[in-house]
Design a protein around this ligand. Structure first.
Ligand code: ADP
Ligand code: MG
Length: 697
């Protein structure tokens, strides 16, 4: 057995491999292009490609692939063999610099939201040298961005890289203002904690809803859910432990720093947390994590569910996006620091985030919107659909004192002048207590908790990076022209607090009163995807993305269309799955059972005419009623789907789905769940919630 340190990164073409395999000057060129995002010239690319190929073949790879993240949320790869024919029927192993840097996958089946007409179906992929190449299943995977021939982003990585550049541009202006002359770049880091469910493969295969949609569409609540908390505190079961061990090992090989794994609140729910890294790499790693979770679960005869709400009435799964900013000199810009100077810089960056979250709450909410996550947000255990920020009472007290020119502190209260005084210490721990906040400051980073478990982390980070870049741009404009830097920064911070403090909420986000209070403060509340999708097209948001060169208006429109299309597609599949389950399995089984009950009644009567058959009569009556109700509701649902199919316009269609299809689905579900409660398990066609949730021992 190899030790973890031998395993770690063994399948990654990382710095140390490059250092040992590349000529010094080429290695330095690659390092430069990684640090400064500059393009590698073709001679160097040729050398890198060759070294990469030799390394990959030694590790057993036979193919290579440009690995990219189209707008579906999954990853795509097209495998090409290293083999090229040469004269005399022989083959050689080949892979050129051109193939490393540039690929042309046929992507006509991937969504483009109208950006790429199918007649010009090919897009092109371009190497992202900042994210290392790796070997997975004997394939050398080269992380790439994916664009149309017009240069429009067809993927999730391109805008993410652009947003990191924007943040760096504006962050560096602030760095210069504070005289940090040894800082040459600022970059966002992310640690994405991933929640998931593990269930036994046998029960999964008996549930069409899980197989087709990733969640249960029917199912009544088991007598034991998550109320005892025993799963959370309990020991990890041996099968799960074996899965986690293999998952860690495989992730380590790919250089993913999986760190802690533990049980979550609901039975059979778990979490994996990686150690944070640069955002685009964290996004790649999170995709790999999701992929490996599913693959390795299968090997262990289990299925990993990444859906946001696989089971009604139980906790759903999210993904906590821990986000921070770091300089190349290793300074975390959200560490309050010790000196007045560091404190002022910290407060300015903190204000930039407060303003960003307030100004762009609509698109932050939108960046996590999907049919699956709609089921989770606003439910009791998940952050509400309203965006607010938690910064803890101490920090809030400091901001409040600055805003009102009031003294702050313990016995020796003093006025705080930003840039002159040292901030009073606030305990880090107290910043991590509010689990109900969607966006919490946790000591030296922010934790955005609204993201759904199945989503790519790219979208939220594009919004976050860009919105913060915009705050910083405004601050830099103002401070660069200031006569007195110290005075101006104090005034700026006061202004920001005054204007944006409405987004700060340290109370209980699950409290119903908060919804009212948030409305009073003028905060957005978008319960569903169709409610917030139009925000994409708001002038202020189009301007934001254009100003920082993240998305052109066309690129935004494409994403808007894809968001709505996906929403409708998911719901349509769910509705049709429900109908099929009902007609093929549920009604026939319920009818058989009710027939059996009636037969029993007849038999009992034959034994004696005064025997009591109330149970049989009442039950069969009840079931008959439920069956006919279900049939009617199924017709309504079918009609709603057909009506939805006739609507062309995306937003109108999505709204129709939200109004009509979802409500028909929940009516049908509630009838069928009552049926399940009344039908013997011997006759019920599917494993129940209890069977699924406690299926892994
Ligand atoms: P917890 O107490 O919730 O376990 P941790 O501090 O251990 O909190 O971190 C939770 C997640 O946040 C981990 O994935 C971790 O890598 C990540 N994280 C920690 N510091 C940063 C940072 N500076 N930037 C981004 N993510 C971070
Ligand atoms: Mg967390």
């Amino acid at each position: 057995m190899n030790t973890a340190s031998e395993v770690f990164g063994s399948m990654v073409f990382n710095d140390s491999v490059m250092r040992s395999r590349l000529p010094k000057n080429v290695f330095e060129q690659v390092q430069c292009s990684i640090k400064e995002g500059r393009r590698l010239d073709s001679t160097a690319a040729y050398v890198v490609a060759n070294a990469m190929k030799d390394w990959a073949i030694e590790k057993g790879a036979t193919h290579f692939s440009h690995w990219f993240q189209p707008m579906t949320g999954f990853t795509a790869e097209k495998h090409d063999s290293f083999i090229s024919p040469v004269e005399g029927g022989r083959v050689i192993m080949e892979f050129s610099g051109k193939e490393l840097i540039h690929g042309e996958p046929d992507a006509s089946s991937l969504p483009s939201g109208g950006l790429r007409a199918t007649f010009e179906a090919r897009g092109y992929t371009a190497w992202d040298p900042t994210s290392y190449a790796f070997i997975k299943d004997k394939v050398l995977c080269i992380p790439t961005a994916f664009c149309s021939y017009g240069g429009e982003a067809l993927d999730k990585k391109t805008p993410l890289l652009r947003s990191m550049e924007a943040l760096n541009r504006q962050g560096m202006r602030i760095m210069a203002l504070f005289g940090n002359c040894n800082v040459s770049f600022v970059k966002p880091t992310v640690g994405a904690e991933q929640e998931y469910f593990l269930i036994d493969k046998k029960v999964y295969e008996q549930r069409k809803d899980l197989m087709y949609t990733g969640r249960t569409l029917f199912g009544c609540c088991p007598p034991k859910g998550q109320e005892l908390d025993d799963h959370y505190f309990g020991a990890i079961k041996p099968r799960v432990a074996a899965f986690m061990e293999e998952l860690d090992n495989e992730l380590w090989k790919l250089g993913v720093m999986a760190k802690t794994e533990h049980n979550e609140t609901a039975p059979s729910q778990h979490e994996l947390a990686p150690i944070y890294t640069t955002t685009n790499i964290a996004a790649d790693h999170n995709q790999l994590t999701m992929e490996l979770m599913q693959k390795i679960a299968r090997k262990h005869h289990m299925v990993c569910l990444l859906h946001e709400k696989p089971f009604a009435l139980l906790n759903g799964s999210g993904k906590h996006n821990n986000w921070s900013l770091i300089t190349n000199t290793g300074v975390n810009l959200f560490e309050p620091g010790e000196t007045p100077h560091e404190n002022a810089q910290f407060l300015l960056f903190l204000c930039a985030v407060i303003q960003a979250v307030d100004d762009y709450q609509d698109i932050l909410r939108l960046s996590v919107a999907s049919a699956g996550n709609d089921l989770r947000l606003g439910a009791d255990e998940a952050p509400p659909a309203i965006i607010s920020m938690y910064i803890g009472d101490e920090l809030y007290g400091i901001l409040n004192a600055i805003e009102h020119d009031e003294p702050y502190g313990g016995r020796e209260k003093e006025l705080i002048k930003v840039g002159v005084h040292v901030l009073p210490k606030f305990p880090k721990d107290s910043t991590d207590r509010n689990r109900t906040s969607p966006f919490a400051f946790t000591g030296n980073k922010f934790e955005f908790r609204m993201l759904g478990s199945s989503a790519s982390i790219s979208g939220v980070n594009v919004v976050l990076n860009t919105a913060v870049a915009e705050s910083l741009r405004q601050y830099a404009d103002r401070l660069e022209n200031a006569e007195n830097f110290e005075d101006e920064i104090h005034l700026l911070i006061k202004d920001v607090i005054k204007k944006h403090k409405r987004i700060i909420f340290n109370g209980n986000g699950y409290d119903k009163a908060w919804v009212k209070e948030a409305r009073h403060r003028g905060l957005c509340n978008f319960p569903s995807t169709p409610d917030c999708a139009p925000c994409y097209l708001d002038k202020k948001n189009i301007e934001l993305f254009a100003r920082h060169r993240i998305y052109s208006e066309n690129e935004i429109r494409a994403r808007y269309i894809i968001k709505l299309e996906n929403y409708c597609k998911v719901l349509r599949i769910e509705a049709l799955t429900m109908l099929q389950m009902l007609k093929k399995d549920i009604l026939p089984s319920a009818s058989q059972y009710s027939g059996k009950i009636s037969e029993n009644a007849v038999m009992k009567r034959q034994l004696s005419s005064d025997i009591n058959i109330d149970y049989e009569l009442q039950l069969s009556q009840k079931l008959s009623l439920l069956m006919s109700t279900a049939m009617e509701q199924a017709e309504d649902l079918q009609a709603a789907v057909s009506d939805g199919d006739k609507i062309e316009q995306e937003l109108e269609k999505a709204r129709f789905y939200k109004e009509k299809v979802i409500s028909s689905m929940s009516q049908l579900r509630s009838t069928v769940d009552k049926m399940e409660e009344n039908v013997s398990s011997e006759f019920w066609p599917y494993p129940g919630y209890g069977d699924i949730l406690f299926s892994v021992n």
